[in-house]
Ligand binder design. Structure first.
Ligand code: NDP
Length: 286
């Protein structure tokens, strides 16, 4: 059924068919009776300018942006606002008075997911595995939450060095780049370990970025991956008694923050949260 009076929103990426964002957003849109419809649109790199032109023509009221366009879309926008400008990646575009504004809601999504799970970040020693776009949003959130030390560890060390150098000088002191070989020893000493690599997804489901001996019961282990819902990384952590958190709450909260930007409304999702998680888990099991 078409809704001519409703404005279109979309998530754009390549690939995109397995995105959970349409399920999430259309559920929120229906619950809050917002005048939108949300769909997944497959956009290849070469077609990104044409998609942006559709936003400029008002055919779309806004988009979520996912792999591989989060950085590539930046030069096509009129303005990139905090914290997307600091993170260097845009996951949400709004149209404001005809101008295209880039936002990043991944960092706030990560912060809210930790708060919801009662995982404290303030004044903690934290090992962060990965240095891609997601890791950068997480570093931003950890700095904003006053983490004491962030040990940044990536297979290709230079990418972690580059991420650290992109931070304001005043904040670099709290971020220490460590080598991939050191990760297990450091994990044993920290209070929070975060997997922001893609190890554990799809073809690497039988792999973990850490050996089982690296986990201990006094830590929280956070995996940004939500498919599978429980990665080997999280199973290893759980078996030692560590607190665990997967990437689904982060996905939910980044989506809510995006819908708040498009609608201009504060959206309180607590009463929906459990039901949303059940629906999204069911969709993942597919
Ligand atoms: P990128 O492609 O930008 O980065 C991938 C990261 O994984 C790099 O650090 C890369 O290291 C590392 N990596 C890949 N393969 C291996 C391997 N075999 N061994 C060690 N390290 C490896 O991806 P993103 O940063 O965008 O996403 C990372 C993860 O976060 C994904 O699983 C994604 O699904 C998840 N994510 C979840 C979100 C949520 O809302 N829950 C939001 C965004 C992302 P190297 O540089 O050495 O190649």
């Amino acid at each position: 059924m078409t809704h001519p009076h409703r404005q279109k929103l979309a998530v754009i990426g390549d690939p995109i068919s397995h995105s959970l964002s349409p399920l999430l957003q259309n559920h929120l849109i229906a619950h809050f009776a917002l005048p939108f419809v949300y769909e997944a649109v497959h956009v290849r790199a070469r077609d990104l300018p044409a998609l942006v032109a559709r936003l400029r023509r008002g055919e779309l009221a806004g988009v979520n942006v996912t792999i591989p366009h989060k950085q590539a879309i930046i030069p096509l926008l009129d303005k990139v606002v905090y914290p997307a400008d600091r993170i260097g990646a845009v996951n949400t575009v709004c149209v404001m008075s005809g101008k295209l504004i880039g936002h990043n809601t991944d960092a706030v999504g990560f912060e809210h997911s930790c708060a919801k799970a009662n995982i404290a970040l303030s004044n903690k020693e934290i090992l962060l595995l990965g240095a891609g776009g997601a890791a950068k949003a997480v570093v931003f959130a950890l700095l904003a939450k006053q983490a004491r030390t962030i040990y940044l560890c990536n297979r290709k060390r230079e990418r972690a060095e580059h991420l650290r150098e992109s931070l304001p000088e005043a904040e670099r002191g709290r971020v220490q780049v460590v080598s991939w070989e050191e990760r297990a020893a450091i994990a044993q000493t920290v209070e929070v370990v975060i997997n922001a690599t893609s190890v554990g997804m799809h073809a690497t489901q039988t792999e973990s970025p850490l050996p089982a001996t690296a986990f201990h019961q006094n830590m929280a282990a956070i995996d940004l991956i939500y498919n599978p819902a429980e990665t080997l990384f999280l199973r290893q952590a759980k078996s030692t008694g560590a607190a665990t958190l997967n990437g689904l709450p982060m996905l939910i909260y980044q989506g809510v923050a995006a819908l708040e930007l498009w609608s201009g409304r504060r959206l309180e999702i607590e009463e929906l949260y459990v039901d949303l998680k059940i629906r999204m888990r069911a969709a993942l099991r597919g």
